[in-house]
Design a protein around this ligand. Structure first.
Ligand SMILES: Cc1cc2nc3c(=O)[nH]c(=O)nc-3n(C[C@H](O)[C@H](O)[C@H](O)COP(=O)(O)OP(=O)(O)OC[C@H]3O[C@@H](n4cnc5c(N)ncnc54)[C@H](O)[C@@H]3O)c2cc1C
Ligand code: SF4
Length: 327
């Protein structure tokens, strides 16, 4: 690991001031950043510890929504009574991620900004455009079993690993950002992460010197919420494919649907195609399968991950059937 200096910030203002130094970076739970520093993939010269900032509250909003402070631990968010009762898809997604110990350290802001689990990104001997622009992509033509089937480019086929962000995408959450001039802006979760294009090293729309201060959830959508995660091991494993679904039915007809996938793209993948194929249709297996076909109409396998296209279709169909049955 390269040497670095460290300071702990106690207010957002001092943190933003400190991070404006060249080579400075925020550290929150450190569960992703420290691993990357040990491998010298991340090389900050200065760490600004934001883990003690007063951004841990989960507050009800006047419109019936919820505001989640960026420093809220994943375990606290999953266990919060209002999240469990009103946003169960979010609680289920969080509990499906990592391990108990990691969830105690991992923060809401850090989870959104965690980096890909592409093994070539972590292997500093391999060519990787995300780690080293212009170096090529060892995953294309390599062992790409866990890689993207939607929205990939000829520069990068990595996926975003967060479970939490997939549920937030289905819930229409917005990310709150603060800069050193104290300007606040909000970005929908679905627009926060970028597709790789020819600049896969630019992963989000976060501007230099900006901090995530919170996430805003609108009032819960009507219907039954389910998060289903398919992975190689029953626990402590990233998703091969995951689905966050919210389904509302009236008299056997689907009145509203929200669908987002994880493990399939460089970002949490909200599927408008699936939602359109569901709304106003009978709540039957034929409709769920048609929605799954629509969701995957542009999916492209990379060889080893071809199986993910059918896996994603089946995962969505099963999740929707479960949601309709329980609703
Ligand atoms: C073995 C293992 C298994 C895991 N399994 C899963 C899984 O199944 N599902 C899943 O979703 N995740 C999984 N994770 C990832 C884990 O959830 C993330 O590492 C964690 O959420 C990152 O949060 P953190 O607070 O530790 O971030 P840090 O490591 O502290 O920071 C990550 C990045 O975010 C930046 N950052 C942090 N907070 C802010 C902020 N408020 N504003 C601006 N920038 C900020 C940092 O500068 C850094 O670049 C796993 C991790 C490990 C090690
Ligand atoms: S898929 Fe992306 S992260 Fe993985 S090696 Fe290729 S460029 Fe790097």
């Amino acid at each position: 690991m390269r040497s670095f200096t460290y300071e702990r910030a106690m207010t957002a203002h001092t943190a933003l001031d400190a991070v404006s130094k060249t080579g400075a970076k925020f550290i929150s739970g450190g569960t992703n950043l420290l691993d990357l520093m040990k491998l010298e993939i991340e090389k900050p010269g200065h760490l600004v510890d934001i883990s003690r900032l007063p951004l841990r509250d989960i507050e009800d909003l006047p419109d019936g929504g919820l505001r989640i402070g960026a420093q809220t631990a994943n375990s606290d968010l999953a266990a919060h009574s209002h999240v469990r009762s009103r946003y169960p898809v979010l609680s289920q997604a969080l509990v499906a991620g990592a391990s108990g110990q990691l969830r105690n350290k991992a923060s809401t802001g850090g989870n959104l900004l965690q980096r890909t689990r592409c093994p070539y990104f972590y292997d500093t001997a391999a060519g990787c455009n995300k780690r080293d622009p212009e170096a090529g992509c060892a995953a294309i033509g390599g062992f790409n079993r866990i890689h993207a089937i939607l929205g990939a480019s000829s520069s990068c086929i990595a996926t975003h690993p967060s479970d939490m962000a997939v549920a937030m995408a289905a819930l229409d959450a917005e990310i709150e950002l603060l800069d050193a001039e104290q300007a606040v802006r909000r970005v929908p979760v679905t627009e926060f992460h970028r597709l790789p294009g020819d600049t896969p090293h630019i992963e989000t729309v976060l501007r230099p010197g900006e901090m995530i201060t919170g996430v805003l959830l609108p009032p819960p959508p009507p219907g039954r919420q389910i998060y289903r995660k398919v992975r190689d091991r029953a626990s402590y494993e990233f998703a091969l494919v995951s689905v966050a679904a919210v389904l509302s039915t009236e008299g056997g007809t689907i009145s509203q649907a929200r669908v987002a996938f994880g493990g399939v793209a460089h970002k949490p993948w909200r599927s408008v195609e699936a939602e359109d194929a569901l709304t106003g249709r009978p709540a039957t297996m034929a409709t769920y399968r048609a929605a799954a076909e629509a969701a995957m109409q542009d999916a492209v396998g990379q060889g080893h991950n071809d199986f993910k296209i059918e896996l994603a279709k089946r995962t969505l169909s099963r999740t929707l059937a479960q949601a309709a049955q329980a609703g």
